[in-house]
Design a protein around this ligand. Structure first.
Ligand SMILES: Nc1nc2c(ncn2[C@@H]2O[C@H](COP(=O)(O)OP(=O)(O)OP(=O)(O)O)[C@@H](O)[C@H]2O)c(=O)[nH]1
Ligand SMILES: [Mg+2]
Length: 342
């Protein structure tokens, strides 16, 4: 359905807004349609994840956790050759690709053949929107193979690619000393990447500890929301909206501030989850909602103007009504976006 050509829908929206006084924002309807158009356009665009990490560290499991569907096969796999594998997927009608790099960070015979691998990856992969460097938290050092992987990726895509990267530590519950391991391992991997990007870029690469067998990390916090937020924040502008729409049906709004906030720890300022919520649903806290909002503003600038005025024009929960009127994935998307401002 092309929303902006659908006269019925246009009439429905106009009816919905007919009693509104637009004096404070005369171009509201035009701007709303322009926002809808951007979302619609991004439905036809795709995004690409690049997974880098040793065999069996949990690359596939982490992507499955993130996307909420068993799209990648997991389990034991013995790499015998270095290759680049890309898999096409579709969720909510949005196409995306997962590029896996088996062998790249493993100690296998082709080891000396990095130039061949660089050519292979360049020829096969034209666009990367998110780079996930995956390693286990309970390992102590950056292995020579991981360093080699970092070098190959930097050469194949230029060091700029690390601006869209996140470091993911799996098996968080197997760490000896969770917080110290997280801090130390992050520093060491950032340092290994800094050889190609310089400190300024490397030091901003976020790390997230996950455990694909548990909902929480050893500090008792849920990790899925943080993984989502960091990946979204770092995603290329081109990939951000398609990724948002592919996942919007499982992200929940939450994040409403409690009456008595504990400012000491803003991450706790959200209401408990609905008892019916599915465990794999993503329920953001206040800080994560802020981060998502900032990213959405930077990729769709018109949003800031529209959302900033929604309260003054409608004064209520108009987002849900607009979302329901439009329906489908875009309706869901708008409902979520507008909820960030309520
Ligand atoms: N305890 C624990 N096990 C994990 C975690 N992540 C993955 N696993 C398990 O580790 C094994 C390998 O996981 P995969 O996701 O297949 O790893 P991969 O990196 O994709 O492996 P290859 O595709 O073979 O390179 C599976 O048995 C997973 O269930 C984790 O965070 N914690
Ligand atoms: Mg895998």
């Amino acid at each position: 359905m092309n929303i902006t050509k659908d006269n019925n829908l246009i009439n429905n929206l106009k009816n919905l807004f007919s009693s509104i006084d637009y004096k404070t924002y005369p171009s509201f309807i035009d701007d709303l349609f322009s926002l809808i158009k951007s979302l619609q356009k991004s439905r036809n665009q795709s995004f690409v994840f690049l997974l880098v990490g040793r065999t069996g560290v949990g690359k596939s499991s982490t992507i499955n956790s993130l996307m909420g569907e068993p799209i990648c096969t997991t389990g034991d796999y013995d790499p015998t050759t270095m290759e680049v594998q890309s898999y096409e997927h579709e969720i909510n009608g949005i196409k995306f690709t997962i590029v896996d790099t088996p062998g790249l960070c493993d100690d296998i015979p082709e080891k000396g053949n990095d130039q061949k691998y660089i050519e292979l990856i360049r020829n096969k992969v034209k666009q990367i929107d998110s780079l996930c460097f995956v390693t286990r938290l309970d390992e102590t050092r950056v292995s020579p193979d991981e360093r080699r992987g970092i070098e190959v990726i930097s050469e194949a895509f230029t060091p700029e690619i690390w601006k869209h990267s996140v470091i993911i530590f799996t098996s968080a519950n197997r760490a000896n000393d969770y917080l110290i391991d997280l801090q130390e391992r992050t520093k060491r991997i950032q340092y290994a990447i800094a050889k190609y990007t310089g400190d300024e870029v490397a030091s901003t690469i976020p790390s997230i500890a996950v455990d694909n067998k548990n909902q929480t990390t050893p500090d008792g916090k849920r990790w899925l929301e943080e993984l989502y937020t960091q990946i979204f924040k770092r995603m290329s502008d081109r990939g951000a909206l398609p990724f948002f729409l592919a996942t919007v049906t499982r992200i929940k709004k939450t994040g409403k501030k409690r009456k008595k906030q504990t400012q000491k720890n803003p991450s706790e300022n959200y209401e408990p989850n609905d008892a019916n919520d599915n465990e794999s649903d993503i329920n953001f806290n206040s800080q994560q909602r802020e981060d998502i909002k900032t990213k959405l503003f930077s990729v769709v600038p018109i949003l800031e103007k529209i959302c900033g005025s929604l309260g003054s024009i409608f004064g209520g929960s108009i987002g849900k009504t607009i979302g329901e009127t439009i329906g489908g994935v875009i309706g869901h998307g708008l409902d979520f976006i507008f909820s960030l401002f309520s």
